[in-house]
Structures are given as C-alpha cells and as structure tokens.
Design a protein around this ligand. Structure first.
Ligand code: ADP
Ligand code: TYD
Length: 210
C-alpha cells in the first residue's frame, strides 16, 4: 500500500495536458501540498534517454512491438526511481501521460495490441493512477495546437488527424472502462476554466481519502 496520491493526465496531442498538469501543481503548492510534477515518456534520467529514441525519427523507426517494449522500459525506470519513492513518502505525483497512453497509442494505432499491452503492464508496471484526468479535445484543434509548437518530437503527430481521431474515441472508451478513476474534462474551453474543473475533481478525490 502506498500513502501518496497518483494523478495522471491523458488525452490527444495538443489537448492541454502539460498546461493543466503545471497549473494543478501550482494550485496544490498554494494549498500547502508538495506535488511532484513529472511526465512520460521520461520523468527519470534513464527514461528521458528512451524518450529521444521513441519520439524522434521516422514514423516507421520501430516495429509496434519494439516500441511497446521501449515505452514500458521507460515507465518501469520512472516508476522505480521517481513515482514509487515519492508515493511512499506520501507525496502527490502528477504525471503528464501514463499507461493509458500506451493502451491507446501502442494498443490501438498499429493493429490491435491491447492484450499485449495489458499483459506487459501487469507484469512490469502493475500500478494505475488513483485519478486520471482526460482532457477531451477535437482532434483537428488538438493537432493544430501541437503542430504550432514546432519541435523535433513529432513522430506521433506526423501520423495526422486520423490517428488523433482514433485516439480520442479510444480515450473516451477507456474512460468508461475505468470509470472509477477517470474524470473527463472538456479541454476546448479557456485555460482557467479547464484548470478550475481539474482542481475541483482532484480536491474532491483528496477530501474523499481523509
Ligand atoms: P499537450 O500537453 O496536451 O500536448 P499543451 O498543454 O502543450 O498540450 O498545449 C498545447 C498548446 O495549446 C500550447 O501552446 C498551449 O499554450 C495551448 N493551450 C493549452 N490549453 C489551451 C486552452 N484551453 N485554450 C487555448 N489554448 C490552449
Ligand atoms: P507528449 O510529450 O505528452 O506529447 P503531447 O504534448 O504532444 O501530447 O507525448 C509524446 C508522444 O508520445 C505523444 O504523441 C504520445 C506518445 N506516447 C505513446 O505513444 N505511448 C506512451 O506510452 C506515452 C506515454 C506517450
């Protein structure tokens, strides 16, 4: 049993996860908590090295299976070195993407690998967030936002709107499958309005644990 609280943000590229994760972290700090803000792929030195391998380069750089192993290896390192120790200290961990992203991107994007993803998850990770905030967003708008960032980590964004649409539908289905931990938030509204709804959902959970 861990004492802390594990919160993840999920959603398609450009939906506002990083913005909202940061704002939630600031809000919790103002309330006197000491949240740990982290992200995937990455979040620990080893996992950040794997991040460059999976997010840069051609869209066909890895087979679907190899890619799944790389994301899972990164997550295992992140979990061992950062997430688990922080939760054991009673901290709130806010993670920008976690295993639900693998269920979607590796599980759905190139054929149906969901069973393999779940098997590897239970073997190597075995932990779900306590609360998952799904920032829901129109795929074309999300992609336009993501593309406006102009970075080198564009491997998945390069798959285009069709993939984003599939991911959005998949995330909404996942929210029903894991409805005890998912909260769906409409990310098309103004940043502050979205942030307020995120904070309300998290505080509701924290209060329910007291
Ligand atoms: P993600 O982490 O989901 O890819 P980001 O938080 O990086 O998304 O946001 C992508 C872009 O959209 C950024 O330029 C950000 O400033 C902008 N953005 C985020 N949330 C909103 C919002 N609610 N309305 C308008 N623009 C937003
Ligand atoms: P991220 O940096 O969160 O991108 P964005 O800010 O555009 O949402 O994640 C980078 C990409 O990695 C994103 O396209 C989704 C993908 N990804 C996976 O394919 N599998 C995973 O397990 C994770 C965590 C991310």
């Amino acid at each position: 049993m861990t004492k802390g609280t594990f919160i993840s943000f999920e959603g398609i590229d450009g939906s506002g996860k990083s913005t909202q994760a940061f704002m939630l972290s600031e809000h919790l700090q103002n309330l006197g908590y000491e949240p740990i803000l982290t992200r995937e792929p990455g979040g620990s030195p080893g996992a950040e090295e794997i991040r460059a391998l999976v997010l840069q380069g051609d869209t066909d750089r890895w087979s679907a299976e190899t890619e799944l192993l790389l994301f899972t290896a990164a997550r295992r390192d992140h979990l061992e070195r950062l997430i688990q120790p922080a939760l054991e200290q009673g901290k709130i961990v806010i993670c920008d993407r976690f295993a639900d992203s693998t269920r979607m991107y590796q599980g759905l994007s190139r054929g149906d690998l969901r069973n393999t993803v779940d098997a590897l998850h239970s073997l190597m990770i075995g932990r779900e967030p306590d609360v998952t905030l799904l920032i829901d967003m129109d795929p074309a708008r999300g992609l336009a936002r993501a593309k406006s960032r102009q970075g080198i980590e564009e491997r998945f964004e390069d798959f285009g709107t069709d993939l984003q649409t599939k991911m959005r539908t998949g995330f909404l289905a996942l929210a029903e499958e894991f409805n005890e931990r998912f909260v769906v938030i409409d990310g098309t509204r103004e940043i502050d309005i979205v942030a307020q709804e995120v904070a309300e959902a998290v505080l509701k959970y924290l209060n329910s644990q007291m």
